[in-house]
Design a protein around this ligand. Structure first.
Ligand SMILES: [Zn+2]
Length: 116
């Protein structure tokens, strides 16, 4: 993997055979493994958080019934906050784009700066 770079810095010709890449084979960007792990952690954390909240409410014999749409949204925000934070972090992480030559076996992975 190379250093972080912008999509524009990815070579437009193959360094092996010199083939000019068409605009059409602009590489698709995907999440790094690290970002995927963060998303997974976010899902697991949300599950654990829900279990914890449920346990606390059960232990304290609390029943929470939202009486308005604002209360419902507030509860949803509390429940989803940890997952949303991690998800937002994962989205901002640099992405990987693979440039592949259609003519020869050359390919290279480029790390693209995340969402600015
Ligand atoms: Zn090539």
């Amino acid at each position: 993997m190379g250093n972080a770079m912008k999509l524009i810095d990815i070579p437009k010709t193959c360094p092996e055979c010199g083939r000019v890449f068409a605009r059409a084979d602009r590489p698709r960007q995907r999440m790094q493994v690290k970002a995927k792990m963060v998303v997974l952690a976010g899902v697991l954390l949300t599950c654990a958080w829900m279990v914890l909240l449920t346990g606390v409410f059960y232990a304290w014999r609390l029943t929470v019934v939202p009486r308005s749409i604002e209360e419902l949204l507030g509860m949803a925000a509390v429940v989803l906050a940890p997952g949303t934070l991690l998800g937002g972090w994962a989205i901002k992480m640099p992405r990987v784009a693979r440039r592949k030559c259609p003519k020869c076996p050359w390919y290279e992975d480029y790390v693209i700066d995340g969402v600015r």
